[in-house]
Design a protein around this ligand. Structure first.
Ligand code: HEC
Length: 424
C-alpha cells in the first residue's frame, strides 16, 4: 500500500539529487537557514504535493496557496511557521505512538520544524538561488497513481447540475461500461478520485456486475472525502472489478444554498490494475453503532461499536468517518488470549480531513481468529464548540446523512490472512 504521491515525490527527488529526508531528519535544526538552501527542500518533501499551482486536489481539499517559489512563500512565512509548530500542517491526526506504521503518514521531524521556525524568526531570508534544489516535475495528467497514467478513468457520462437550492444532497450517479469497454474482470491495485467541483463532500464508488458463475458480483471500490489519499494495495492484494460493470458514484454534495450557488459537477476516478490475479481479495468492514443519540449540549458523548473476526485476518487500514461534532476516535483490538492493543488512536479528529490510515506493505496488521475490534468515538455537542464550528447544539443528534447530523462509521480494509487460490 505505498502512497503513490509521496513515493513519486521521493523517487523524483532522488533522481534529481535532492538530499534525502533521512539526512536532514537526523541533523539538529539549522541555525541560520535560508529559503533556497534549507527551506525549499523541506517544502518539496512535506508541502508541495498540495501547495503548488496545480496542487494535488487531495480529494476536494485544494491548498489555498503555492509554496514553491520564494516570492510565493515569503508572504506566508509567519503562518507557515505557525502551522508546522502547531502541527496543523502537514495534516495528520494519528497519535505519535503510531509513528512509522502508516504508509501515508505526514509528520515532520522536530529538526525540520525548528528550522522553519528559525527561518521565519530571522526575517525569512532568501539566500542564494544557486543553492536551490531542482524543482519537482509532477505528472501532467493530474493523476498520481500508475506514474500518472492509470489503466482506466471512469467519469459521469455528462455533467451533473447541483442546483441553487441544494445545501446537502445524496445522489447516486451510474455509469454503465459495456463488454467492449470492459471485457473481463480485473483486480484493482490502486484507485484515485478526482472530484469534479468544490461542492463534492464525499464519493463512494461501487461496481456491480456478473460473476463467472452467472451470479451477481458487488464490490465497494473505494471512497474519498476531503483529505483522502489514493489507495494502493500491495502485490497480491486487491478488489475485483467485474466485467462490463455498472459503476455507481454515491455522491454527497454539500454547499450553501441560494441564488447563484449552483455548480456543474463531473467527478471521476482512475484505476490501476494488477497484472496477475490476487491471493488476497480485500473487503471493507464498517464498524458502527448506528442507533446512538447525542444529548443536547453534551460536551463529551461516547459512542461505540464492535465486530469480531471469525478467521485469521490481515487488516490493511482504517478510515474513521464522523461529522462536525466528532472530536476523537479509537480502534482497539481485544485478542482471544485476553490482551488488547490500540490499533489506531486519533486524539483530535478533524472532520475536514478524512484520512485513510494505510499500513505500510511490510507492516500489515495480522490478527488471529476471534479478535474483537472496537471502534469508539467521542462527540462534542457543547454550545461553545457549536459556535466555533457552526452547528445547533440545542437538539439531540442521531445518525444521518447531512453534515449537521452525525455519523459513526469505522471503516476497515481487511482480507483473510490465508491466501486463496489466485483466480478470478
Ligand atoms: C495533503 C495536502 C497538504 C499538505 C501536504 C500540506 N498542506 Fe497546508 N494546506 C492544505 C489545505 C487543503 C489547506 C487549506 C486548509 C483548510 O482550508 O482548512 C492548507 C492550509 C495551509 C495553511 C493556511 C493556514 C493553516 O494552518 O491552515 C498554511 C500556512 C499551510 N497550509 C502550510 C503548509 C506547510 C508549511 C506544509 C508543509 C510543511 C503544508 N501546508 C502541507 C493542504 C496541505
Amino acid at each position: 500500500m505505498k502512497n503513490v504521491m509521496k513515493s513519486t515525490l521521493v523517487v523524483m527527488a532522488a533522481m534529481l539529487g535532492v538530499c534525502s529526508s533521512q539526512a536532514l531528519a537526523d541533523d539538529a535544526a539549522i541555525a541560520r537557514p535560508t529559503f533556497y538552501k534549507d527551506i525549499a527542500p523541506i517544502f518539496q518533501r512535506e508541502c508541495q504535493l498540495c501547495h503548488r499551482p496545480e496542487g494535488a486536489n487531495v480529494s476536494g481539499m485544494i491548498a489555498p496557496m503555492s509554496l514553491v517559489s520564494y516570492e510565493e512563500v515569503r508572504p506566508w512565512a509567519k503562518s507557515v511557521a505557525k502551522s508546522v509548530q502547531t502541527k496543523s500542517m502537514p495534516p495528520w491526526y494519528a497519535a505519535p505512538q503510531h509513528h512509522g506504521q502508516f504508509e501515508n503518514e505526514r509528520t515532520m521531524p522536530d529538526s525540520e520544524i525548528a528550522t522553519i521556525v528559525n527561518w521565519a524568526k530571522s526575517g525569512a531570508p532568501r539566500g542564494n538561488p544557486a543553492d536551490a534544489p531542482e524543482p519537482i516535475v509532477w505528472p501532467e495528467t493530474g493523476w498520481t497513481i500508475s506514474g500518472g497514467s492509470p489503466d482506466v478513468v471512469i467519469t459521469f457520462d455528462e455533467p451533473n447540475w447541483v442546483g441553487d437550492d441544494v445545501d446537502d444532497l445524496y445522489q447516486n450517479i451510474t455509469v454503465r461500461l459495456t463488454e467492449e469497454q470492459f471485457p473481463e474482470a480485473r483486480w484493482m491495485k490502486a484507485i484515485e478520485f478526482k472530484p469534479g467541483s468544490e461542492v463534492v463532500h464525499h464519493i463512494i464508488a461501487f461496481a456491480v456486475g456478473e460473476s463467472e458463475d452467472g451470479g451477481r458480483r458487488f464490490g465497494m471500490l473505494g471512497g474519498e472525502a476531503p483529505g483522502t489519499d489514493p489507495t494502493t494495495f500491495p502485490e497480491g492484494y486487491g478488489v475485483l472489478v467485474p466485467k462490463a460493470p455498472t459503476i455507481t458514484f454515491q455522491m454527497h454534495y454539500h454547499k450553501e444554498s441560494g441564488p447563484g450557488t449552483g455548480v456543474w459537477d463531473q467527478s471521476s476516478f482512475a484505476i490501476e490494475f494488477h497484472d496477475k490475479p490476487v491471493t488476497h481479495p480485500v473487503q471493507v468492514a464498517t464498524i458502527s453503532h448506528g442507533a446512538f443519540e447525542i444529548p443536547p449540549r453534551h460536551p463529551n458523548w461516547k459512542v461505540g461499536g464492535a465486530m469480531t473476526f471469525k478467521s485469521d485476518t490481515t487488516i490493511m487500514g482504517y478510515m474513521p468517518h464522523l461529522h462536525l461534532r466528532g472530536v476523537a476516535c479509537k480502534y482497539t483490538a481485544f485478542y482471544p488470549d485476553g490482551t488488547e492493543e490500540v490499533l489506531l488512536d486519533v486524539p483530535t479528529y478533524d472532520f475536514n480531513w478524512q484520512i485513510f490510515y494505510e499500513y505500510k506493505d511490510e507492516g500489515l496488521k495480522k490478527v488471529p481468529a476471534g479478535t474483537r475490534v472496537e471502534f469508539e468515538m467521542w462527540y462534542d455537542n457543547s454550545p461553545e464548540r457549536a459556535a466555533a464550528v457552526g452547528y445547533n447544539s440545542e437538539r439531540p443528534v442521531a445518525f444521518g446523512g447531512p453534515t449537521w447530523d452525525e455519523m459513526d462509521l469505522g471503516w476497515m480494509n481487511y482480507t483473510a490472512t490465508k491466501p486463496v487460490a489466485a483466480s478470478n
